[in-house]
Design a protein around this ligand. Structure first.
Ligand code: SF4
Length: 340
């Protein structure tokens, strides 16, 4: 009988793994809880470092999938029961599926900025997140304050919800520095006379072409990067945001008023992934992302045979890294199904 794999999550990792497994001749069922596949990529306007439109990558991934994969929309597992050498999955619709392997590609959530009360997200009109800004870019409309005026001074706060003991997330989300630099440049492209500031702990521009983009931000666009910690925000009568900043290079306190404050929110694990991990009897790391069987050589294997993991269920990845990881996961799943 033909073997089958159920992939849970239709974002970049799930789509990539599904099409690679279809290339390898496997029978794939892809479960997507939303009405469309694509995950967070659907909400992203342009990608770093080359500012390519996100929809181009999304269209490419959807086209590669073709109609070789059985995609179930608005479906996620209510229950998974590991059997002796297979899995029984009950879907929201009540349908029951038996499969030989499961690949978790459930992705990530963005940190809820409202948990950092000192920044006033959800309270002050002109405090937004990087995801909100990306949706503004995607709308094609000019960037304005909540009152409809052109912002002349914009601040970006790095590490919101990451590297933060208070919220329990010690890890670095890796992509928010570069997202902030990209978005700062995009603001300057729209509003050349705006003053733009980035408040950072360290700038982690770790991947190819990221550092060049940081130089471009400083040299071509005159964006100011200030090593400092924003400790408090308030709103004045004009709805501008007053920041209290500790300059961590000089240890001097600073005050600044900006028309728009952008919080660079990091990645957090999805509660849904933890629920699935519990049902499947696989582990999570101290950071609550899924744990690999071996960080170096079996990074797509969980500790349970037949259960594989990929993409941002395991931590922070760029889109390119996610595609590479999901391709490797597909090979590992294929080898398992062949020898199982
Ligand atoms: Fe902070 Fe930058 Fe790491 Fe994001 S990538 S958590 S902004 S240091």
């Amino acid at each position: 009988m033909a073997k089958s794999i159920v992939i849970i999550g239709g974002g970049v990792a799930g789509m990539t793994a599904a099409s690679r497994l279809a290339d390898l001749g496997e029978k794939v069922i892809l479960l997507e809880k939303e009405e469309e596949i694509g995950g967070h990529l659907r909400n992203w306007d342009r990608l770093f470092p080359n500012r390519r439109p996100g929809y181009e990558v999304l269209d490419d991934l959807i086209e590669t999938l073709g109609n070789r994969v059985d995609i179930r929309y608005r479906e996620s597992p209510v229950m998974i029961v590991p059997l002796q050498s297979s899995f029984l999955i009950e879907l929201q619709s009540g349908e029951k599926i038996t499969c030989d392997a499961v690949l978790l590609a459930t992705g990530f959530d963005l940190f809820d900025a409202g948990k950092k009360e000192e920044y006033g997200y959800g309270i002050y009109d002109n405090v937004i997140t990087s995801a909100d800004l990306e949706l503004m870019f995607r709308s094609g409309k000019p960037i304005t304050t909540a009152q409809g005026s052109v912002p002349k001074r914009i601040g970006f706060v790095h590490c919101v919800g990451s590297r933060d003991e208070k919220v329990g997330n010690l890890y670095c989300s890796k992509v928010c520095c570069v997202t902030g630099v990209k978005q700062a440049i995009e603001i300057k492209e729209q509003i050349p006379d705006a003053e733009v500031f980035g408040f950072y702990m360290d700038l982690r521009m770790y991947d190819r072409h990221f550092e060049e983009m940081y130089y471009e931000a400083q040299q071509k666009w005159d964006i100011n990067f200030l090593r400092g910690r924003v400790s408090e925000c308030a709103e004045n009568q004009d709805h501008a945001v007053i920041l209290k900043i500790e300059d961590t290079l000089t240890s001097r306190p600073l005050r600044m008023t900006v028309d728009l404050l952008v919080l660079l929110v990091g990645f957090v694990p999805k509660p849904e992934t933890t629920r699935l991990a519990t049902m499947l009897g696989i582990g999570v790391g101290e950071d609550c992302f899924l744990a690999s069987l071996d960080e170096h050589t079996r990074f797509n294997h969980s500790a349970k045979p037949g259960v594989f993991i990929t993409g941002t269920t395991k931590g922070t990845f760029t889109i390119s890294n996610t595609i590479a990881d999901a391709g490797e996961a597909a090979i590992q799943v294929h080898n398992y199904l062949k020898n199982h």
